[in-house]
Design a protein around this ligand. Structure first.
Ligand SMILES: Nc1ncnc2c1ncn2[C@@H]1O[C@H](COP(=O)(O)OP(=O)(O)O)[C@@H](O)[C@H]1O
Ligand SMILES: [Mg+2]
Length: 293
């Protein structure tokens, strides 16, 4: 536990791992100011405006205003119970499945309201893919796991197209070479890390714009974790990624922007390099240096 909390702040903000280039945090990636209007084609994938969320009487999110930029990796960090998963699940309305919940404020996806009454939730979840801490492949073949989404959404015509899409998705998830000779075997026979990459392939197969990852590597060993991190780095050319992680070094390695949540509030958001080297808020600093959480 301490190992991951002790950020090597005084030495270097981004220790890097072999094979993973340091995240680019340049001028072109400047964080948009909160509350700005979203114009058509604006680089915001998601924008929360004073967004609050309740489970019954328990308020899980309070007045969150946050913009998530297209084709960047945004890390959500903060102690357990601070609302990270609730925020993620609001973006694709997975919270709808939980009774007695309500929200206030606005949540926009590519400029359109996520919660507008005529929102097509199936379409929304196709645009916003999700990967969970515990990989959850279907008890079916590797092929069928990836083919399922395109098939039920009628995204392809015929076997040839479907096979092409399955291969492309598995390649994108950096899994193809490991499974191409066993596509008809059960997905449950894969290792934990392979199963997680299969779940990523399954999410990618329906061509989402945004990928939400809720602690995607926290159940994996270091090698499998590194593969997921490499993958995240490659995917951000094409996708907007929002990742929840408890591993501060991982947040520093993979993300462009980091948002620190505490007790349902967004305490601080900024370029990852700044958050980890020069946080403005004392609570942020205490958290990233392992003094609480
Ligand atoms: N399904 C649920 N029903 C009721 N309360 C929940 C549910 N999920 C989360 N909560 C509560 O909402 C708050 C935020 O939880 P969560 O979003 O899971 O935090 P985090 O992901 O940061 O650990 C906590 O107080 C938690 O107990
Ligand atoms: Mg969580």
């Amino acid at each position: 536990m301490m190992e991951e909390s002790l950020l090597p702040m005084e030495t270097k903000w981004n220790p890097g791992v072999p094979g993973i280039p340091a995240p680019t945090v340049g001028a072109s990636h400047a964080l948009p100011e909160g509350g700005k209007q979203v114009a058509a084609g604006a680089p915001f994938a998601v924008e929360a405006r004073s967004f609050s969320f309740w489970y019954g009487a328990n308020q899980a999110l309070a007045d969150i205003s946050l913009t998530i930029t297209t084709r960047q990796v945004t890390a959500l960090i903060g102690p357990s119970g601070c609302g990270k998963s609730t925020f993620l699940r609001s973006i694709n309305r997975m919270n709808d499945l939980i009774p007695n919940t309500r929200h206030e404020g606005e949540l926009l996806l590519e400029g359109g309201s996520v919660y507008r009454p005529d929102q097509d939730v199936v379409l929304l979840r196709r645009r916003v893919g999700m990967v969970f801490q515990k990989s959850n492949p279907f008890p079916k073949s590797i092929f069928e796991n990836v083919a399922y989404g395109p098939r039920v959404n009628r995204l392809v015509q015929g076997r040839r197209q479907l096979e092409g899409l399955v291969e492309r998705s598995l390649r994108q998830a950096a899994l193809w070479d490991e499974v191409k000779d066993r596509l008809e075997k059960s997905a449950l026979g894969l290792s934990g890390g392979q199963q997680q990459r299969l779940c990523i392939a399954r999410a990618l197969a329906v061509s989402p714009h945004i990928l939400l990852m809720d602690e995607p590597a926290s159940a994996l060993d270091p090698i499998a974790t590194q593969k997921i991190e490499e993958l995240i780095y490659e995917l951000k050319d094409q996708y907007t990624i929002v990742i929840v992680t408890h591993n501060m070094q991982q947040a520093a390695r993979v993300s462009d922007v980091t948002a620190f949540f505490y007790l349902g509030k967004l305490v601080e958001v900024g370029r990852t390099e700044e958050i980890f080297t020069n946080p403005k808020n004392d609570q942020t600093e205490a958290y990233i240096t392992g003094r609480f959480g």
